[in-house]
Design a protein. Structure first.
Length: 154
C-alpha cells in the first residue's frame, strides 16, 4: 500500500511520472485489474473491490482467481494480500477494515458505471495524462502467465 500526496494525486503530470508499482497502487489499480482479466481470460479472474469501512481510506481493486490474487505486487495468496493490506492500513488508520465486493468488468473502465456503486469513482484509462491501459498491459509482461483455472472434468 502506498499513499501519495494530494498534490501528486491531483496533478496528471506528476501522477503519470510515478513508478509503475506506485501508479498502479494509487489510482490505477482498476486499469491493471482490467488488463489482467482481459489478457488472461482462461484464469477466470474476478475484479474484487477492497472497500474500506466508512470513515477510512484505502480503496483497491484486485484480480482474484481461486486462492490467488494479482495486483501491483504481482501474484499473492489472496488471504495473505488481505492480511498485508489490513496490517499496512492499520498503521495509518487504526481500526481500518474493509469489505470485499466483486465488480463487473465494464465498471473498471467506465467512470459513469463506477459511480453507480456507493463510494466508487474510477477514472477511465484515457482520463489519465495518457491512456493507462497500454501501460498496464506492458506492466503485465513483467510477470509470468497465471496457471489456467481448473477445468471441470466430464
Amino acid at each position: 500500500m502506498y499513499i501519495t500526496e494530494n498534490s501528486v494525486h491531483n496533478d496528471p503530470v506528476q501522477r503519470w511520472a510515478l513508478p509503475d508499482r506506485v501508479f498502479f497502487a494509487c489510482g490505477a489499480c482498476h486499469t491493471l485489474a482490467y488488463a489482467f482479466i482481459t489478457r488472461y481470460a482462461d484464469a477466470n479472474a474476478a475484479a474484487i473491490w477492497m472497500k474500506p469501512k466508512p470513515g477510512f481510506r484505502g480503496n483497491h481493486i484486485i484480480a482474484v482467481f481461486g486462492e490467488t490474487a494479482f495486483d501491483y505486487h504481482g501474484y499473492s495468496r489472496w488471504a495473505d494480500l488481505k492480511r498485508h493490506f489490513t496490517k499496512k492500513a492499520q498503521r495509518w488508520w487504526p481500526g481500518w477494515e474493509a469489505d470485499y465486493s466483486p465488480l463487473p468488468l465494464n465498471v473498471l473502465i467506465s467512470e459513469s458505471e463506477s459511480k453507480t456503486y456507493d463510494g466508487l469513482w474510477l477514472r477511465e484509462p484515457n482520463q489519465f495524462l495518457y491512456d493507462a491501459l497500454p501501460r498496464a498491459e506492458k506492466f503485465l509482461t513483467r510477470f509470468p502467465e497465471p496457471p489456467s483455472a481448473p477445468r471441470s472434468g466430464g
